[in-house]
Write a protein that binds this ligand. Sequence first.
Ligand code: AMP
Length: 597
Amino acid sequence: MTMSGADMPYSEMVECYRIMESTTKRGELTDALVSLFRKTPIDIIDKVIYLNQGKLYPDYMGIEVGVGEKLAIRAISQASGIDSKKVEELYRRLGDLGSAAEEVLRERVQTSLFSKQLTVVQVYDTLDKIARTSGEGSLDTRLSLLSGLLVNSKPEEAKYIIRTAIGKLRLGVADYTALDALAIAFTRDKSNRAELERAYNLCSDLGLVASTVAARGVGGLRAFKVEVGKPIRPMLAERLPSSSDIIKKLGGRCSAEYKFDGERMQIHKNGRQVVIFSRRLERITNNYPDAVRLAEDSISAETAILECEAVAVDSETGDLLPFQQLMHRRRKYGIEEAMQTIPISLFFFDLLMVNGKDMTRVRYTERRKELQKVVIVGEHTKVAPAKLITSPRTMDRYMEEAIQAGCEGLMVKDLKGTYQAGSRGFLWIKLKREYRSELTDTLDLVVVGGFHGRGRRTGVYGAFLLAVYNEDDDVFESVSKVGTGFSDADLERFHKELKDLVLPQRSPRVKSTMKADVWFVPKLVVEVIASEVTLSPIHVAGWGKVRKNSGLALRFPKFTGKVRDDKSPEEATTTKELVEMYRMQLKKVEETRESSA
Ligand code: AMP
């Protein structure tokens, strides 16, 4: 056998596969891997690692061998000289194309005696060529590459090559078993697994971790840094039931950030190039050309890795929309159209690397300070609002504010916490309103103010300030700003109808701390649905009736399309009814809690 450069017979891998297939005991699996890794030349350890997992590259690269079964059957037939119908039959009988290839190739045992010994690099490079060959006329090239490989392989080797080519190796080596084996093989101490794991969490590339530890040992791992272009496994949050639990856990002082309800993005900027990874580390750059543009405009550093939440916003009012809208955007529209209909805003919440400096070991307060320097705030790019919190009361109030702004709740962070890639711990704790109940009732609300429209809504009102009726004081109390659910025709109609109701200032019968662009005589009644009634520091409906210094408002309000011409403003939903709705909701929450306890 002649091998140029670092290489090893593919049969060594096959031997390991054989053991891995025959045992489910973790210890035996690890031993088999350790002995394979020890035999492997350093220069090809990454290839061995990928092949072992039935891959050619780390997942985030999105490159698969991608051979279809039909093509594989033709390749087996070509390599063996046996009719593809017969190969197919065998496949049907055995239920596994790899085993079919093995059996077929046993029949041409004679020729295989003369074939050369297959090497790992040959297998890897050929599969890689197949993966990279696409387009017209590529089928024949792929076919001849694969059959060429099979001609030179022993029957058992063919079994694994076929399984790898069609993406069905499935030997069940978890990343963590491989990390254990790497620790033993290259550092002789399993306890170094933690260092390997840390490196893996920072780059999501097992091959790179393997070549680092193989070449430079534990020292190499300790020096491991995040790198632009390689996704970092995201840090995750724990949960606790209440603000006081959280404050206690975090030692009396912490930072609460708005928890946005959108899609997490990890944005890598390298000069002019921007790559976006999803929470599951898939490349989603092409799904979000608008996020790419926003990132280009808002990240001032030359190279940086940032995390943000992308949230759908109402194109006219700028209000945040629920998460479902973002999913809608993926399914329903073409990307160009989606960017128009459902634009997004980015709310940045972490900075993991800036101009080559690894920030993951830096404490939260420092990262946040740097983040604020790096992000250029614009209409659609913001840093997630945060507040230093030392008491449960301020946290509860901040939570209400966040919900009012369309957020899910708070993400509370340890001031000294580093960024712990890939792990869930108490350095981040989420506080959400758990048992949210959809309001089934609609509300009839009075239009008391208007906000000038922007974009397509220029010239008409883009959103309205709505109020409930307080029958005790005979006033209208603001409860919500609504800009969702209106068709263009609705807006035209409202603009016309409200012309005669415009006032030079707020009517004395209207109570509101929110300032509208234009005030109206309270007259027009519209029907609205919402996901829930929430406490509010901004709207004055039912002020102090449920809680001191707090009013009530609606979360995710939406015009149903119905104008209640049949109702006078005094027949609109009353403050009392609104308070009752809030109490009912709480009761439902208690019941759900009890029944699930
Ligand atoms: P959950 O998915 O409920 O476990 O909550 C964690 C998710 O909240 C993260 O993966 C982010 O997508 C999202 N998130 C929203 N706002 C923030 C924030 N300010 N800090 C961290 N994560 C946030």
